[in-house]
Design a protein around this ligand. Sequence first.
Ligand code: ZN
Length: 335
Amino acid sequence: MRNSLYIISLGILMLSCGSQKNIKKKVAAKPVATKVNATPKIVEKPHVETDKKGDYFTVNLADASKNDNTISYGSIVDAKPAGYKVVKTYFPSLAQNFRQKYLIIHYTALNDEKSIRVLTEQSVSAHYLVNDLDDKEIYLLVDENKRAYHAGISAWRKDKYLNDNSIGIEIVNPGYTTDETGKKIFVPFPEYQFKKVAALAKDIATRYMIPPTNILGHSDIAPTRKQDPGPYFPWERLYKEYQLGMWYDEPVKQNFYNLAINSDFENQVNTSPFIFKVQTMLSDFGYDLPLTGAWDDATKKTLESFQYHFRPQVYDGVLDPETWAILQALHQKYP
Ligand SMILES: [Zn+2]
């Protein structure tokens, strides 16, 4: 049946949004189209490579660089209309892409049992939960095609409310406590837990072709509200060992660092034009913050979030030459 000829009524073609003139031209151009009776035409079914079950397409038909593609093995839901058959093994449109544009990583700040209870019984959720056990299980709590409530009020570059277009991974981790100086003390992730998260992230990012700039922590997309997954989440290892997410090139950073320490950094750093420049660069890079020209609370928290991700050794929300150099290197690499 798949490779045989079948009849498609001209009436259906007329429903397309192209002009009638164009449709007539297109139908006439089909070499195999022959008259059956007054109106129906015979059109050859294109051959589209699918998996064995026919659930998803295994080749890209469109421009992969635009994240437009027909590999839909994260999206195999279709209608089952009574008395009719929905056919999906041919005629996929070129004009499509995935709704899943971001991968957001969190920690739960709870233990295993409480994490499961909160994420399944209350008003928050995530697609995946990575437990803190050295086993082979990762829990799916929400289907990837559905919206989970993990991001809250959030923004990155031109996107807002990232629940709509992201996959959320929650990691069981106790979060932080505050010491007597007010410093936040976080808890490292065991190696086996990091490996689970990395394997899961690799699978998701590959299937949905999520770009490096869109693999982020909750603190990146909500810097004034959130700290997770915190400075112990090894973004550098995720980049170097799994080719996921963003990281700077060391020589480029070193150049920017040398420029900073050989300039009048200490005197400039607290001037309004300099602060405005830093805020603009953070904003260009992706963070959502007001450009005030002052080291205000939002800017300090944004710098702290930036440090959790890209400069985890010191996360005090203060712009030192190292943080400034890393920001410039990343801004240049991921425009
Ligand atoms: Zn979170």
